[in-house]
Design a protein around this ligand. Structure first.
Ligand code: ZN
Length: 133
């Protein structure tokens, strides 16, 4: 398995519209538009930071994973995403190593990426996303 870089930090916010100003105005990052991924009940906004990005995540529904996260822990960093060269290979390698996975096979993420989440019980409580683009 080859990890290429930290692809993005996923940050849960109650509203992209209301919370984006810190990232755009105060930090001067560029918001490249938003995208809704219906299967995950989430709207995402990507803001490039050098080689990586900040991903703001807003729930599209009260029972979505981001809504539940904010209810439990408040807004904040929800996941760390590593870009891998080959996501299928990475998942099968992790499975062989006995790492608990949320996604056994990749699913579709924002921007046409293939993504998969590892289980936080395997990662000291950090939700880790693998992504391939
Ligand atoms: Zn992500």
């Amino acid at each position: 398995m080859k990890i290429l870089k930290i692809d993005h930090l996923g940050i849960a916010v109650s509203s992209i519209d209301e919370k984006k100003n810190f990232w755009t105005d105060a930090l001067g990052l560029n918001l490249e538009g938003t995208e809704t991924v219906e299967e995950q009940k989430v709207t995402t906004a990507f803001l490039p930071v050098g080689e990586s990005e900040v991903e703001l995540l807003e729930s599209t529904s009260k029972d979505g994973p981001i809504a539940k996260y904010i209810e439990k822990r408040g807004e904040g960093i929800q996941h760390v995403a590593f870009r891998v060269e080959n996501i299928e290979q990475a998942l099968s390698e992790l499975k062989e190593k006995g790492i608990a996975l949320i996604d056994q096979t990749p699913r579709k993420g924002a921007g046409g990426a293939k993504i998969a989440f590892l289980h936080p019980k395997a990662t000291s409580g950090v939700l880790v996303e693998l992504c391939e683009r």
